[in-house]
Structure formats: structure tokens, C-alpha cells
Write a protein that binds this ligand. Sequence first.
Ligand SMILES: Nc1ncnc2[nH]cnc12
Ligand SMILES: [Zn+2]
Length: 340
Amino acid sequence: MSISRLGPVRLPTAELHLHIEGTLEPELIFALALRNGITLPYRDVSALREKYKFTDLQSFLTLYYSNMAVLLTEQDFEDMTRAYLVRAGAAGVRHAEIFVDPQAHLIRGVSLETCINGVTRGLADSEARYGLTTSLIAAFLRDRAAGEALDVLEQLIAMDAPIIGIGLDSAEVGHPPSKFIAVFARAHDAGLKCVAHAGEEGGPEYIWEALDLLGVARIDHGIRAIEDEMLVERLLTEQIPLTVCPLSNVRLRTVDTLADHPLPGMLARGLNVSVHSDDPSYFGGYLDDNMAQLTSTFALDSSQLAELAANSVRSAFLPRERSGTLLAEIDNWRMAQPRS
Ligand SMILES: Nc1ncnc2[nH]cnc12
Ligand SMILES: [Zn+2]
């Protein structure tokens, strides 16, 4: 069943795991390349789309970083951000905590100001224009030196960048959270929220480290937690949020098919899981598409969908009043659904 058929109103949700650079649609990549006089190594949009067949995380990251070449000016970052917000509003997203990868731009010669100011301009009037509140999280590339991440963090703090927190992403295996202890300690000191990708391709030990050594409030992905019963008990007891991205996991081959995805089992065990889209332009769907495909694959009912949405809101870095409003919207949505 398509989620839109569950009722006239879209399920209100919080998007907590979304890389803004992963929302660059092929059409926008070509439009920005034209505007910036860049020749892409693809004949047209469909030739680029042909490349969206990934074998693992690294095969995706290579294309993801290479497509960022079209982002050169503040206007480019603003346009990318606004294009996402339009789509997110249509998907029922009512709040989004958005990752940006500053190092991926710095190493191409694009300044921190260009990247942060451009995205911030796009987010500025998001509630009035697109119906969702937003905040920004700077993610550090774990396959680069920790000293570089610390240096970029200091620059972000010095420029008073409008970020609420930091994250850790990029190639996971071989780059454990322990490499970034000093970076996260500095972020905690500066009053920033901390999250990290862990247990996407890396094993449960990466999740333990992210919790114990980095003090993160949420784990991004975390699906490999189910391989370690002691870890599952910890996640259950502390209700640590896991921001799960089912379509991403299928496209990056961390699960074979959506039907094999552990999410329904994790939800049934009482883990604090919620559903997100990661890099929607690369993985075949935005948040509503993830929910719709889960619904049809697992015959999720409206209570389960509402629980996933409520988990997303409770796991967001939101003031109590705003999360209360969104939880009430989810409850209204649930009550408006036909009984299954
Ligand atoms: N799924 C993912 N895992 C790690 N780093 C990423 N950067 C963008 N998407 C990512
Ligand atoms: Zn991610």
C-alpha cells in the first residue's frame, strides 16, 4: 500500500539523517554544471543515472564526492538546499536536521563561508516557505585525518557557524570512532550536539565506541547492532536513537533486499528506531518513499508508522514545545487512518 493511500494527510515526520549533498538530483547537477561552465564526464542525465548502481558504500561515495564538483558558489548551495526543502515538505517532513560535509568542499577549494552561508540562506525561511523547521549538523569525513576535522571544527566555532552539532560520516571500515575522540570532546565543550554514523558497514564495536568514546546522542544507521545482544540491551535500556535508512541499506548492499531489512524486528523489540533517507537522490527515494516501500514490503499498519514517526520526533534536537506539537500532529494522523 502506498503511504498516500493511508489517508489524505501525509504522515508528519522528522528527517534526522539526510546529507544535503546527497539530495543533488541529476537534473540539478547538469543545470549547475552549465551555470558554472563545468563539463561533466556524462553525456546526459540518463547516462549519469546509469552510474547509480552501487556495490558498497565506497562505490557510492566516489560518485557522491565527484558530483560535488558542480557546487561552487553560495547560490549553488542555496539552490540545492531549496530543492531539497520543496521535496521534503511534499513528503510530510515537518522538521529536518541536515548534514553538510564541509571538508568535501574545502578540499576542492570552496571556502567554509561559501558552503555554510549558501546552505544557511536556503534554510533561512524554511518553515514559512516549505512547512518544516530545520537545523544544520557539520559532518566530518572519517577517512581523513582527525587533525583536519579538529581544525575545521575550530574554524566553524570561530565563525559562529549556525550549526547545532557535529556528525561523523564517509568510509567507515578502518576509521573507527576512537580516531575522533579529541574532535568530539571539543564539540561537547562547545555545547554542540554529537551524532555519528556507526554500524552501517562497520561492526557493532563501532557503535560501542561511538557511545562510549564519543558520547553521541544518536547513532546513524546502527543496523549491525543486532549482531551483538549486549549492545541491543544497552540500546534498549538507554533508548538510544538509531536513524535507519532502509533504501540506502539496500542500494549499498548492506542488506540483500528490503524484505531482509532488520527494521521491523528492531521496532518490535522496542529499539528506538526511526526511518530516514540518507542520500535520497542516489538511493531511489525520499523519506515518504522509504516509508511507502517499508509499508508495502512489511504490511506495516498505521500504528507502526506512527510509532516510527513519533520516534523520529522524540529523537530530534527540538525544544519540548515543538516536539509536543509534532507528536500531536502524528497522533491526529493516526486517528484519521482507517482501522486495519
Ligand atoms: N550512507 C553514508 N554513509 C557514510 N557516509 C555518507 N556520506 C553520505 N552518505 C553516507
Ligand atoms: Zn548517512
